[in-house]
Design a protein around this ligand. Structure first.
Ligand SMILES: Cc1cc2nc3c(=O)[nH]c(=O)nc-3n(C[C@H](O)[C@H](O)[C@H](O)COP(=O)(O)O)c2cc1C
Length: 361
């Protein structure tokens, strides 16, 4: 295995400065193990896992004996259901329920995505991953202290320089600079108004990476729009110590990406992505589909994250059974050119090809 790396990656035993982005719903330990085996850092997303599933996936990672892997958690507050808002949302969806012949009582109750918790920490502490990454900020001090006590590195995403400074002040070990191009949920957490998200102050990778690198002393990992080795080199040239790549891995053999999502990624529609809060209640980038076109990608009637997903679940299931992604979150970044139906190990090696870090930092 060719090895091209820097002190940040060496400390984690990585041969390549490539982090496979955690992608809840689209991959699990199999992809993380393949990426780790190729010299990158594989990630396990946990937001949609039950505690039992979390334990199973961690056990699989342990048995792979990788030098390092990353376990990723969302850190939102669990909201209490707002019945008035839920009613407005269900009214908006009512015509679709009628069209697909779904009864209102089929609506699943409860949140579909769980934040980091002491119950999850009880399981994770038996595995002590080298890296724990967070999205939407950081957990409370007690949970942070637990993670620190295991010796795990703590990473989190920043979408602005201000967020990066906030994370550094809280003592994170690395910051993931998430450019506006990125697929999936925006990690935005400071000054965030869920009803009226303002993306006008969110920066693209080219502007965000060097400004975060200049603003903080901790290593910066670039995320958003990186799809091939040239993109990796560009991010490193801007001062990033590693890159976190998501979208490009979505068609890999180990991905659990659904059939409708895979079809959308290889269709001409994939060139049209937008930020939408429709599917979960928080803005995320996905391929524009029927629901986004008809309700508007950002709609203030949507219940608070992550409750929006409940009422959509039966629509999604029924439409997907008919081969349609009309009600599915088709997460993708602005650059789908790196998506290939190959193994995640090969993609990792391709992303890391021909790197020359002339001045390891
Ligand atoms: C399908 C998909 C799911 C994602 N899920 C998560 C997640 O569970 N946790 C997380 O921290 N980031 C998640 N992200 C965001 C990635 O961490 C990363 O910021 C993004 O993929 C980088 O941009 P790119 O998609 O252009 O490579 C997801 C991205 C995608 C495409």
């Amino acid at each position: 295995m060719s090895s091209i790396t820097n002190d940040f990656c060496q400390a984690l035993g990585l041969a390549l400065p490539i982090v496979q982005a955690p992608m809840a719903g689209s991959q699990a330990s199999a992809m993380a193990i393949a990426v780790g085996g190729a010299g990158g850092l594989g990630s396990l997303p946990t937001a949609t896992l039950s505690l039992d599933a979390l334990e199973r996936e961690l056990e699989a990672l342990r048995q792979a004996h990788l030098p390092a892997y990353n376990v990723n958690f969302f850190v939102h507050q669990q909201p209490t259901a707002d019945l008035r808002r839920e009613a407005i949302w269900q009214k908006l969806l009512a015509p679709y329920y009628a069209e697909l012949d779904i009864a209102a009582h089929d609506v699943a109750a409860g949140p579909a995505r769980a934040p980091f918790s002491h119950a999850a920490a009880d399981i994770v502490e038996r595995y002590q991953p080298r890296v724990i990454s967070f999205h939407f900020g950081l957990p409370d001090d007690a949970l942070m202290a637990r993670v620190r006590s295991w010796g795990s590195q703590i990473w989190s995403s920043a979408t602005t320089v201000e967020e990066a400074r906030w994370l550094e002040a809280k003592g994170v070990d690395a910051i993931i600079a998430q450019g506006l191009e990125a697929g999936g949920h925006r990690g935005v957490f400071l000054g965030f108004d869920g009803d009226r998200p303002d993306f006008s102050q969110q920066l693209t990778s080219m502007a965000l990476i060097p400004q975060i690198v200049a603003a903080v002393r901790v290593p910066v990992i670039a995320a958003g729009g990186i799809a091939n080795a040239q993109g990796v080199r560009a991010a490193l040239a801007l001062g990033a110590r590693a890159v976190q790549v998501g979208t490009a891995y979505l068609l890999c053999d180990e991905a659990t990406t659904s059939a409708v999502h895979r079809a959308a990624l290889v269709s001409p529609e994939a060139s049209r992505t937008a930020l939408t809060n429709l599917f979960t209640g928080r803005p995320a980038r996905g391929i524009v589909n029927r629901l986004m076109r008809e309700l508007g990608a950002i709609n203030s009637a949507v219940p608070t994250f992550p409750l929006a997903a409940g009422a959509l679940a039966p629509l999604k299931a029924k439409a997907e059974a008919q081969g349609k992604g009309d009600f599915s979150a088709l997460w993708a970044g602005q650059n789908v050119s790196g998506c290939q139906t190959i193994s995640a190990a090969l993609l990792t090696r391709q992303l890391g090809a021909a790197l020359s870090l002339t001045s390891p930092r």
